[in-house]
Design a protein around this ligand. Sequence first.
Ligand code: ATP
Length: 351
Amino acid sequence: MEIIKLDHITKQYDDGFVALKDINLELESGKFYSLLGPSGSGKTTILRIIAGFTEASAGRVYFDGQDITNLDASKRHINTVFQNYALFPHLNVYENVAFALKLRRRPENEIRAKVREALHTVRLDGYANREISELSGGQQQRVAIARAIINEPKVLLLDECLSALDKRLRKEMQFELRAIQKKLGITFIFVTHDQEEALAMSDEIFVLNDGEIQQSGSPVDIYDEPVNDFVARFIGDSNILPGRMIRDFAVEFAGKKFECADAGITSGEKVEVVLRPEDLDITEPAAGKLLVTVQSQLFLGDHFEIKAVGQDGFEWLIHSTNGVQIGQEVGIFFDPEDIHVMRLGETEEEF
Ligand code: ATP
């Protein structure tokens, strides 16, 4: 069931800057969504329009089938977890989490039961009487989530809320957030500029750039089948080469012809070919192979990151489980299904 719909949303700020251009989104109930894009792409603006903190210049916002475009933020069944948590430092954990219910003058026993339940959900049982200053970053993050879920919102908005945590804690909270979302069964909309984070957590990702949605889909779709140059470069590392379709299942690039999956592109058309570094293998150099010369190599624990230059001067990035020698000539091998072909018209310059 669709819980949030943005219908042709545009946002022009007072200074004339257009932050969102005709955004259309349909979000289902009970799923984990990410808005992913570089700084300034419009992620927070979308979140604020859904929350009701910012007014759209054009377009409508729907919640559960109702038009809420002009509904006050406080009347929406939507809560937000902010980047800086926005906890009250002078109140303890219990008082922070209970705040919204106290404001609504709910009976004390109901508040107590709900705070206990919310703290249990975020695995902070026993922390009710702690001061905020006595908590670690990860624990403060959980208090912020407990405070946001106590009202039982149908949608929870999370704005870069893991960015203040160190890498290890961040990973831990990614699992936790996903588990909390599953347990509550509500819709999460998570804003991030970190592609790994979005890939790890989401049911569906919306990739944004310059106020426009570039691609939406499951993490696997977005990673494996980027629709344009921007997405291919932004999500993971890529080798992007100029090429040309020579027939339905064959493409030419780096001076050679390769079988590939059907890209639905006419023969003769110029294309860009995306090859992910982890889809490439190093082989013995042999006639007919794509030959490169190794320039540098980094050992990253579970693989080597190898940079190598082709005979045409193209710089390749290869992730290999085997190490090589700097200056060594090697062959590159890949499966036909790992060749992703994109139309040239779908490049960044045209956005
Ligand atoms: P970040 O990751 O840096 O938070 P973002 O993708 O969330 O970026 P937004 O905060 O939505 O981006 O901003 C989108 C664009 O709109 C930016 O270029 C920003 O400078 C601009 N913008 C945001 N708020 C205003 C405002 N009140 N007036 C004018 N321009 C604004």
